[in-house]
Ligand binder design. Structure first.
Ligand code: ADE
Length: 247
C-alpha cells in the first residue's frame, strides 16, 4: 500500500518510522511519502493560510497550495487515482470498519489541516476525480490533523497482510468483526501466576479451552457494560443468546 501525507508539519509524522509502521515500511509492505505543503506556496513567506470570508476567528488554508500539492502527489493525467482522507472533527467517525475498508485500498492520500481547516472548494474539486472522506477520530478538537493521520495509518497498517506476526491478534481485537463483535476485549495476564499477592484467574491455568472461552466472553461483556454500554445495544441476537446461556 502507498500512503502520501501532505502537511505543513511533515516532521510531526516522524513516528511513522518507528515500531510496527516503521517495520512495515522497511519490509516494503507500506510505502509512506511525506510532502511539505509550503513547497507549493511561492510567495516570500510561503503563505498557506488567509482570513476567513464572512469573518470569525482563526485562519483558513488557501486552496491554491493544496490543489498544487494534491496534483503533484496524484497528477491529473496519472494512471491510478488515490482515495483522499481529510481529517477533521466534522468528519464521519473513524471506526474499525473504516480501517478495514481503507486497508483494502492500494493508495491513500491524507490531507491534515491546521488552523480552521481547508477552503471547502479544495475538497469539492478533489471529489470530482477521486473518492474523498472527511474523517474524525473522536469528539474532541486537536490542534491539527497530523495526530489523526498517525492514528489512522497505524490502525490501517496493522491490518495489512504480513504486518502483524500473529494474524489471530487482529481477529480477537475489540471491534473486530466475528463472534466477539461489539464487545471490548477483557483483561489479559502473563507470568508470574502470582504477583504482589494477586493471582491470575485460575480458569486461565486450567487448560480447559471451553471454560477459558466462556470466561473471556463474560469478562468482555462485563467490561463492555462498564465502559461502553452503548455497544451492548448493538449486540446481535446470536450474541445475546450466548450471553443468556453464559449467565
Ligand atoms: N483535527 C482536529 N481534530 C480532529 C479530530 N478529532 N479528528 C480528526 N481530525 C482532527
Amino acid at each position: 500500500m502507498r500512503i502520501d501525507v501532505v502537511s505543513i508539519f511533515p516532521e510531526y509524522l516522524a513516528p511513522l518510522d518507528v515500531s510496527l509502521v516503521g517495520k512495515a515500511r522497511a519490509k516494503g509492505l507500506l510505502d509512506v511519502r511525506l510532502h511539505q505543503l509550503r513547497d507549493q506556496a511561492h510567495d516570500v513567506h510561503r503563505t498557506v493560510d488567509d482570513t476567513p470570508y464572512g469573518g470569525g476567528p482563526g485562519m483558513v488554508m488557501k486552496p491554491e497550495p493544496w490543489a498544487a500539492a494534491l496534483e503533484e502527489v496524484a497528477p491529473l493525467d496519472g494512471e491510478s487515482v488515490p482515495r483522499l482522507i481529510v481529517p477533521t472533527p466534522s468528519g464521519r467517525p473513524f471506526t474499525q470498519e473504516l480501517a478495514v475498508e481503507l486497508a483494502a485500498e492500494p493508495w491513500l492520500v491524507f490531507a491534515p489541516a491546521r488552523y480552521e481547516g481547508i477552503d471547502r472548494r479544495v475538497i469539492e474539486d478533489a471529489a470530482t476525480r477521486m473518492r474523498v472522506d472527511e474523517v474524525s477520530i473522536g469528539d474532541y478538537v486537536l490542534a491539527g490533523g497530523e495526530v489523526a493521520v498517525l492514528v489512522m495509518v497505524e490502525a490501517v497498517a496493522r491490518l495489512l497482510p504480513g504486518v502483524l506476526g500473529n494474524a489471530e491478534s487482529v481477529r480477537d481485537d475489540s471491534f473486530a468483526p466475528g463472534a466477539m463483535a461489539n464487545l471490548l476485549e477483557g483483561p489479559v495476564y502473563t507470568k508470574p501466576a502470582e504477583w504482589r499477592g494477586r493471582e491470575v484467574p485460575p480458569v486461565l491455568l486450567s487448560g480447559n479451552h471451553g471454560a477459558i472461552a466462556r470466561w473471556r466472553r463474560d469478562q468482555a461483556l462485563a467490561r463492555t457494560a462498564e465502559n461502553r454500554p452503548d455497544l451492548l445495544e448493538r449486540l446481535t441476537a446470536g450474541e445475546a443468546d450466548k450471553k443468556d446461556r453464559a449467565t
